[in-house]
Design a protein around this ligand. Structure first.
Ligand SMILES: *Cc1c(COP(=O)(O)O)cnc(C)c1O
Length: 430
């Protein structure tokens, strides 16, 4: 048995909200003394999205229209057994990977893009703005807007705009406008360009520009691809499906692993299992893999910080490297963010989730092994988690333990081959 599939009717009907089940209080979102950040929220997000952000309900219904699009993009996604990797490592561990690379844009990000576009459209929005780094989020939102019937404008970090032309093309195919950030479209962008006409940009700057754009037009809403609790909520379809798939083959996870940029794919995969862990129904280790060059969980401080560079977002308590931190250029662009989802941060702080930093060379080495034994070329982001899975599976071998290890396979790497190229040529930096 190499894969566990579910029929369309098993697409979850509800998202799982962990907030009411947390054994401790999630610190409140707040703002600076002189700030207007909280008052900005209703101007940039849909009512539905903000209601989800505040909700204390454990289960939140997935609108029928959203489930139909989930069906169209291939949900439920299959769960694969990594038999090839087990044999290669000669480990007694059983390794499973949840295939979020099966979607049309190649990652988990459509799960929330579709939900956010639907809620914005329902609220009367005509356009969504957003930021993108490497372009995975921008392409997911561009497609979601196209399917739902909204315009889309993406501020793309300038270095990526120059170095990753194909994702830009994907966004343009989906009729989205793509603007290199910092740009002269916004006050904050112009301020940055004044400092450096060739400013490489960063995710934090692009977020500030996209928000400023949305604040200036009431028909324009803003959309964020990670970090916020409703984004993790939408991603719980991953964990809910995985649970059903594991039940079908009579397994419970002993170790769950995912990579973390803002924490959404990992959160979506593990939060439904964290409830079982807290209730004592399972005994599972949850490991969040991050790059050693952008190590918010393992090197950051747990404190209140902004989500963007300009300070337009409210303050959230999270592990952060500082909102003006500009991470080094990194092939796993999706993991270059200074902060971390408040939900994931809290669970790390409480010792329920473990953060683990891994180096870029190990990441590409493990991604290449996986490609050869399983066939799929993992996204560089996903390969961070694969490195941790390999370490855990080797630990099982040393201790002769037959653990069940589950990894969320967040995306494929077919549009991110430069990193693999550098690895193969020996020019990759750690
Ligand atoms: C964006 C992305 C990530 C990181 O984002 P999270 O919000 O932490 O999930 C990880 N993997 C892939 C393939 C991505 O596109």
């Amino acid at each position: 048995m190499y894969k566990v599939t579910l029929p369309s009717k098993d697409i979850p009907k509800k998202w799982y909200n962990i907030v009411p089940d947390l054994p401790m209080e999630l610190p409140m979102t707040t703002q600076t003394e002189e700030g207007q950040q909280l008052a900005n929220l209703p101007k940039i997000f849909s009512t539905g999205f903000l209601e989800q952000a505040m909700s204390q309900e454990r289960w939140i219904g997935i609108p029928k229209e959203v489930r139909e699009v989930y069906d169209k993009i291939g949900r439920p996604s299959p769960l694969f057994r990594a038999k090839g990797l087990e044999n290669y490592l000669d480990t007694p561990a059983k390794i499973f990977y949840k295939r979020e690379d099966f979607s049309p844009t190649g990652s988990h990000k459509l799960n929330t893009a579709i939900a956010q576009a639907y809620l914005a459209k329902k609220d009367g929005a005509e356009m969504l703005t957003t930021e993108t780094g490497a372009g995975q989020w921008g392409s997911a939102l561009a497609l979601a807007c196209s399917l739902v019937g909204l315009d889309c404008r993406v501020y793309m970090v300038r270095v990526s705009f120059q170095q990753k032309p194909y994702r830009k093309t994907i966004m343009q195919i989906y009729n989205s406008e793509v603007i290199p950030s910092p740009s002269d479209r916004t006050e904050f962008g112009r301020e940055m360009l004044k400092k450096d006409l060739n400013h490489p940009g960063s995710l934090g700057i692009a977020i500030s520009e996209a928000i400023e754009d949305a604040l200036n037009d009431e028909k324009v809403y803003y959309s964020l691809g990670s970090v916020l609790s409703p984004v993790l909520l939408h991603q719980t379809v991953i964990g809910l499906e995985t649970k059903k798939q594991l039940e079908k083959i009579d397994k419970t996870p002993d170790v769950m692993v995912g990579c973390v940029g803002g924490g959404s794919n990992f959160g979506g995969a593990v939060l439904p299992f964290i409830k079982d862990h807290i209730d004592g129904d399972i005994d599972c280790k949850f490991i969040a893999a991050e790059p050693s060059s952008c190590p918010s969980l393992t090197q950051g401080e747990y404190r209140y910080d902004f989500g963007d560079t300009a300070g337009l977002t409210p303050l959230d308590k999270m592990y952060t490297l500082g909102h003006d931190f500009i991470p080094p250029s990194l092939h796993a662009g999706g993991l270059r963010y200074h902060g971390m989802a408040p939900l994931i941060s809290l669970l790390v702080h409480e010792g329920i989730i473990e953060g683990r930093a891994v180096s870029q060379t190990d990441v590409f080495k493990c991604g290449t092994i996986f490609a050869n034994v399983e066939g799929v070329i993992p996204a560089p982001e996903t390969s961070h988690a694969i490195k941790v899975v390999i370490d855990e599976a080797l630990e099982c071998k040393r201790n002769n333990e037959e653990k069940t290890i589950v990894i969320n396979f967040s995306g494929h790497g077919l549009l991110d081959l430069q990193g693999y190229n550098d690895y193969l040529e020996g020019t990759l930096e750690d």
